[in-house]
Design a protein around this ligand. Structure first.
Ligand code: NAD
Ligand code: UDP
Length: 320
């Protein structure tokens, strides 16, 4: 007898970096998956490997407009993840975060779906507390160039908690820290794909500022395990929950590590620091460890080697 899909799951932003991996993982687990995307920073091409899958469909839709599709669960990922892209059209970014959250929460309210918000470490802004716990309220500049994303995500969290308190919508809020891995498109602008692609083509690696700012990078496979774990967790764990790898590194050190792994002779050059660029970022993941038993398993060095191999193979098969 053919197996029935276990759940119908909607993934907004399903054609982007994390969304593509999430759709793939959920289909592998036997669920029916609907990707909702307007292809702002994602593309159908990212989902080519799922074309023809009987339990997979794509709906081209902008979440700033209402949507009515029945679902058991909704992962709300729709929003550009890269500073380059979310700052390119900041009003559209705020609209996506705020109107998009309202529309997806209304959908959850009407259908009874459980809904997870992909929030971000950017809600902590340029943090004065280090590492960042979920109880830290953050230090965000509401007038700066990152605010469309940071404040948009903060407002989305507010909406999630208010829909939960007012309407009993079953929510989950995950705060994702920097995530990397195969599948980030060239031109994405985020630091790991940018450095790897520069190193592989012997172009300079541009470090903004003095390179002493830190980030903590989580491999996509670990992130997905945490994200799905939060969605499946008991109602007592609605969040917010930090998801990230607490292995912290300076951007200068990251550049040197990528040069070493790729064996590249690319030079390091410096450019002015970006406005409001957080100086330190590292998650305290005690809550995820204790309540989900989640722990990132991929060390940065191994994750970068794996990602470099993916980009090298991609360049070899598509030199253009
Ligand atoms: P991405 O830019 O690769 O993907 C975002 C996807 O959302 C794209 O497919 C894009 O076309 C789609 N989208 C954007 N606006 C939309 C709209 N109005 N309607 C429908 N679709 C829309 O980004 P990503 O790295 O995959 O990030 C996914 C989510 O995770 C984002 O919400 C981001 O804020 C969050 N997040 C990511 C990271 C990270 O390091 N990757 C860290 C923290 C939070
Ligand atoms: N960065 C850099 N060179 C680049 C891209 C990014 O030095 O080509 C730095 C950026 O200034 C920031 C860090 O790397 O300090 C992480 O940037 P990214 O855009 O990946 O993500 P963020 O954490 O800032 O959202």
């Amino acid at each position: 007898m053919p197996q029935r899909p276990r759940k119908h799951i909607l993934v907004t932003g399903g054609a982007g970096f994390i969304g593509t991996h999430l759709c793939t993982r959920l289909l592998q687990a036997g669920h029916a998956v609907t990707c909702v995307d307007n292809f702002w920073t994602g593309s159908r091409d990212n989902l080519r490997h799922l074309a023809g899958h009987p339990q997979f469909e794509i709906i081209q839709h902008d979440i700033t407009e209402p949507l009515r599709v029945d679902a058991d669960e909704i992962y709300n990922l729709a929003c550009p993840g890269s500073p380059t892209h979310y700052q390119a059209d900041p009003i559209r970014t705020t609209r996506t975060n705020v109107l998009g959250a309202i529309n997806m929460l209304e959908l959850a309210r009407c259908t009874g779906a459980r809904i997870l918000q992909a929030s971000t470490s950017e809600v902590y802004g340029d943090p004065e507390q280090h590492p960042q716990t979920e109880s830290y309220p953050g230090s965000v500049n509401p007038a700066g160039p990152r605010a469309c994303y940071d404040e948009g995500k903060r407002c989305a969290e507010t909406l999630f908690f208010d829909y939960h308190r007012r309407h009993g919508v079953p929510i989950r809020v995950a705060r994702l820290f920097n995530t990397y891995g195969p599948g980030m498109r060239p031109g994405d602008g985020r630091v790991i794909p940018t450095f790897i692609l520069a190193a592989l083509s012997d172009e300079p690696l541009t470090v903004h500022g003095d390179g002493n700012q830190t980030r903590s990078f989580c491999h996509i496979d670990d992130l997905l395990t945490g994200l799905i774990g939060i969605m499946q967790s008991e109602d007592s764990l609605i969040g917010p929950v930090n998801l990230g790898n607490p292995e912290e590194i300076t951007i200068g050190e990251l550049a040197r590590q990528i040069l070493e792994i790729t064996g590249s002779a690319s030079p390091l050059i410096h450019a002015p620091a970006l406005a409001d660029d957080p100086k330190k970022r590292c998650p305290d993941i005690t809550r995820a460890r204790q309540e989900l038993g989640w722990n990132p398993a991929t060390p940065l060095d191994a994750g970068i080697r794996h990602t470099v191999a993916w980009y090298a193979a991609r360049s070899a098969s598509n030199p253009a």
